[in-house]
Design a binder for this molecule. Structure first.
Ligand code: CMC
Length: 430
């Protein structure tokens, strides 16, 4: 069919036919894999127009503001499923039945503790460390404990790595927090749900063994986990795939993903958004900061606004906005000055011509920090929580890449603009 090929005319060459591939949904792609043989590469910094892989896991329609995991709308998953069901779905492609879910939870529970010796890693960090730096070290360090089950060509080992990571990340995250405030670590409790257990490990104390997290707040935590579980080929997921393409072990690959997530343009935006709100301080400062965000000579941006793919309302933000209201109402915090400031800023930005023309809407991170703050979680833990939730998306993508051969090492080319070959000048003559 004529529309299955694109014709590329290069100077001095015969026209080149390139196959156009169509997915189930979304824009078709032009397969340029053979282009290098014709003496050309493509140039696309930031991958503005490049599909780097095929995937069946997540689909985003950025113009319509739609996010699907394995075909299910994110809003429906948040309403009708819990985080571990979503994990099962992302990993296996289908929602679990009751038995499959019970078995999955049992496996997660079985692996929720970390090796006692891993505690020593924490001791090496200053208590003032950012917990994301501890997470990079501790998750990378997990590899040292599982040499016997990291064969990436063995599907059982790959599944075990996925279970271990999903099970242990909340434990490590809570340990990073407890370490920073000098409180004893709290062991995971298998009678609790995934979200309850995380909040329990964060806030319980040996002196208060009857502490249990508030059910509405645990539900909000579960929703935050679901909303951050996966998001297609974002910077951190692409990093995990790139690290995995060299056949690195999965635990090391996830440590690479955590590093990529940390930046304020990506997962670090939740912490940055709260810092920004504190910096703005009061409603009468909003106009000044909006003007700064629009000024091309000022590096200030409205954190928690804008997205590479969404040119419409981020569907995760729509859910998180509601959760934010529910949690603050439950905690009698609707008069909280930071919350009121955020609502005012959102309103002003959404009606500002610059933000309308640039299609800049609030993203999930604009609201998640406000919810986490209300839950009593310190700012430097926000991105850690994002990492806990996104681990399933990372490992599902890694596993998909490993299970659909051939595995090709990721090796982009470049447009070289440096010196041509030149003669070495000895130091005395320079
Ligand atoms: N405030 C002010 N202007 C902005 C913003 C913002 N938050 N975001 C983008 N713009 C402007 C930018 O200046 C540019 O304007 P112009 O075309 O006139 O030069 C235009 O919008 C396009 O920006 P870009 O940087 O080329 O867009 P991008 O797709 O490369 O970047 C982004 C996407 C998310 C990095 C960017 O919107 C941003 O820095 N946002 C703030 C950080 C943030 O909230 N990140 C979390 C993203 S959602 C969580 C996740 O999944 O990681």
């Amino acid at each position: 069919m004529a529309d299955d090929k694109a014709i590329l005319n290069l100077p001095g060459k015969e026209p080149i036919e390139l196959t156009i591939k169509k997915g189930t949904l979304g824009q078709p792609v032009i397969d340029i894999q053979q282009l290098g043989q014709h003496g050309y590469f493509t140039f696309d910094p930031g991958f503005m127009s490049t599909a780097a892989c095929e995937s069946k896991i997540t689909y985003i329609d950025g113009d319509k503001g739609i996010l699907l995991h394995r075909g299910y709308l994110i809003s429906e998953l948040v309403e009708k499923a819990d985080y571990l069901e979503v994990c099962y779905l992302l990993l296996n492609g289908e929602l679990p039945n009751a038995t499959q879910k019970a078995n999955f939870i049992a496996k997660i529970n079985q692996h929720s503790m970390v090796h006692e010796q891993l505690r020593s890693i924490f001791q090496g960090f200053p208590r003032s460390s950012h917990p994301m730096s501890i997470m990079c070290g501790a998750v990378g360090g997990l590899s040292a404990f599982y040499h016997d089950s990291l064969d990436i060509n063995n599907p059982d080992h790959r599944n075990l790595a996925a279970i271990r990571l999903i099970a242990k990340l909340p434990t490590l995250a809570a340990m990073a927090y407890k370490y920073s405030i000098g409180q004893p670590y709290i062991y995971p409790l298998n009678t609790l749900s995934y979200a309850e257990n995380f909040l329990n490990m964060m806030f319980a104390l040996p002196a208060n063994p009857d502490f249990r997290p508030d059910p509405l707040l645990s539900k909000a935590m579960d929703q935050i986990f679901i909303l951050h579980a996966d998001h297609e080929q974002n910077a951190s997921t692409s990093t995990v795939r790139t690290a995995g393409s060299s056949a690195a072990d999965p635990l090391a690959c996830i440590a690479a993903g955590i590093s990529a997530l940390w930046g304020p343009a990506h997962g670090g935006a939740n912490e940055a958004a709260l810092n920004m709100l504190e910096q703005i301080g009061t409603e009468d400062n909003i106009a000044k900061y909006i003007a700064r965000a629009k000024d091309k000579n000022d590096s200030f941006r409205l954190m928690g606004f804008g997205h590479r793919i969404y040119k419409n309302y981020d569907p995760r933000a729509a859910v998180m906005r509601k959760t934010c209201h529910d949690v603050l109402e439950h905690l009698n915090l609707l008069d909280d000055p930071i919350f009121k400031l955020a609502m005012k800023l959102e309103d002003i930005a959404l009606h500002d011509p610059y933000f309308i023309e640039h299609k800049l809407y609030p993203n999930v991170d604009f609201y998640s920090g406000i919810v986490l703050r209300a839950l009593g979680i310190p700012k430097n833990m926000y991105t850690v929580i994002f990492a806990v939730a996104r681990t399933v998306g990372w490992i599902a993508n890694w596993n998909e890449m490993l299970s659909t051969p051939p595995l090709r090492i990721t090796r982009p080319r470049q447009l070289y603009t440096g010196y041509a070959q030149r003669e070495f000048v000895p130091i005395k003559s320079r």
